[in-house]
Design a protein around this ligand. Structure first.
Ligand SMILES: [Fe+2]
Length: 264
């Protein structure tokens, strides 16, 4: 795997995405959203891979995973008009299916194909099934999960700051903007656990869930980026000033502070 392979795959990816160009502005907007997201996740994963001092071949493999990680999103949105997996289908499994059927990566060594398919399949799972997989699959799955989360945080914080895409209900998963915050999600964060999507009932909850991603980030460089971009602060600014939210904020600050100390 080298840069030439990546460029070839990128050309195939672009051709695939072009098939979803639609006169419907809602579809068009969300196809573009995911194409742009993919581009930035490729940049993120290279950044993380380099920080982990991976060689050029491994960086290219990581980038190919990023390129195809959301392949299922395009068919998902044009078919179901939503990015919500529970209302449509698992976009990771759909992506793997599309990629396998296309045969795009079938000339690669089996081992690389396996890593790519598995990392895509696991990128949106609650947990990587580490006990069932080899070290490399687990490593690349962690890389794509971090690179993906960094961009989702960028996208939604820009959205709230008003500098990103204008109001787009697909980004908020069509959730109501009601004032409550899920007790279960707050409890998860205070217990250093990633929250569960099934507890998300409104926009506050989805933003609390995004805060809980802190417990599912894997690489030191991801934490460096998180802090540098001020993503958590930007999310706190969208939440109501309740006792629960204040506790979450204090807790995460202490947790990240301790972790940073350990790293240095
Ligand atoms: Fe995804």
């Amino acid at each position: 795997m080298d840069k030439k392979d990546f460029y070839y795959f990128r050309a195939r990816f672009r051709r695939y995405v072009a098939r979803f160009i639609s006169p419907d502005p809602l579809i068009q907007k969300n196809i573009r959203l995911k194409a742009d997201h993919t581009k930035r996740v490729c940049e993120n994963i290279r950044l993380l891979a380099r920080a982990e001092t991976l060689g050029e071949k491994e960086c290219c493999l990581a980038e190919v995973i990023a390129l195809f990680h959301d392949l299922g999103r395009f068919e998902q949105f044009s078919k179901y008009k939503t990015f919500k997996d529970s209302d449509s289908e698992d976009h990771a499994a759909l992506g793997v299916r599309v990629l396998k059927e296309s045969g795009i990566i079938s000339h690669l060594p089996r081992k690389e194909q396996h890593i790519i398919y598995k990392a895509i399949e696991y990128h949106n799972r609650m947990q990587i099934p580490a006990e069932e997989e080899n070290e490399e699959v687990v490593f690349y799955s962690k890389l794509i999960r971090d690179a993906d989360k960094l961009d989702i945080l960028k996208l939604i914080t820009e959205h709230y700051e008003g500098s990103g895409t204008s109001s787009n209900p697909a980004l908020e998963l069509y959730l109501p903007d009601s004032p409550a915050c899920s007790e279960a999600i707050i409890r998860d964060i205070l217990n250093n656990r990633m929250a569960n999507i099934s507890d998300v009932k409104n926009i506050n909850d989805v933003n609390l869930l995004r805060l809980s991603w802190v417990f599912d980030l894997n690489f030191p460089e991801t934490f460096v980026q998180l802090e540098r971009q001020g993503y958590l602060e930007k999310i706190y600014a969208t939440l109501p000033n309740t006792e629960g939210v204040r506790r979450v904020r204090t807790h995460l600050k202490a947790h990240l502070g301790a972790q940073k100390k350990e790293r240095n």
